[in-house]
Design a protein around this ligand. Structure first.
Ligand code: HEM
Length: 198
């Protein structure tokens, strides 16, 4: 089974969260999108620091997103930067990643988080890019096709469970973001969506 197949149901759940829907609605406000970027700045800098330390970055030229995310955040947050906070799920994901990266036997699994986040940006991210405020440097890749192949070349079947974990963290952050803005999650359409209990 490919990682795409393994994470299929979780991708659906992620795509259907209220905040994902807001991201592609064309109606997200500057403040809501800046809050999303603020969360992503911590997530991506943690993942990318790990990728660099382990030595995968040389195989993934152009992967680095954190400085682009920070650029987009500054552009939108302006003078209000200090008003943004890390949500509980963002901090918990950060701590989870720090633990993963400090464990010699598990740190190679960081590739599953690159798959979930960066590969997602190379696909669905390209749709989001057209609907959000600001210049969207987050989603601009110099050589997207090459990077997709380079990420795929690092993926192995043993990453399946960790890829699911990565999706679950993203779903939690999306739900925290919605809750922080008082946005209700859509009603569950079927039991298939009932993957997470949190
Ligand atoms: C805003 C909602 C989203 C939309 C509209 C969206 C859309 C898409 C589309 C159109 C594709 C490519 C089509 C395909 O191969 O099936 C894709 C692939 C992917 N998306 Fe999403 N997506 C969304 C949210 C997410 C989220 C939140 C994540 C995880 C953080 C994610 C991770 C991925 C990954 C990893 C792939 C690559 C699958 C593969 O080819 O192995 N997506 N997405």
């Amino acid at each position: 089974m490919t990682l795409k197949e393994i994470t299929h149901d979780l991708h659906r759940t992620a795509e259907r969260t209220a905040f994902s829907r807001l991201l592609v609605s064309g109606k997200i406000t500057q403040q809501q999108y800046a809050q999303y970027l603020y969360q992503m700045a911590l997530v991506y800098s943690t993942i990318e620091t790990g990728v660099k330390e382990i030595g995968f970055m040389e195989q993934l030229p152009g992967l680095e997103r954190s400085s682009h995310i920070y650029h987009d955040f500054i552009e939108l947050a302006g003078e209000q930067q200090e008003a943004f906070i890390f949500l509980p799920a963002t901090l918990a994901y950060h701590h989870y990643l720090m633990q993963l990266l400090s464990d010699d036997r598990r740190r190679h699994l960081i590739r599953a988080h690159v798959y979930c986040r960066h590969m997602g940006d190379l696909f669905g991210g390209q749709i989001i890019a057209k609907r959000i405020p600001g210049s969207g440097k987050f989603y601009q890749f110099a050589q997207p096709e090459a990077l997709r192949s380079q990420i795929r070349a690092l993926l192995t079947p043993d990453l399946g469970e960790e890829a699911k974990v990565a999706f679950e963290w993203t779903i939690r952050i999306m739900r925290d973001l919605s809750a922080s803005f008082g946005i209700e999650e859509p009603r569950k359409a079927s039991n298939q969506d009932n993957t997470l209990t949190a």
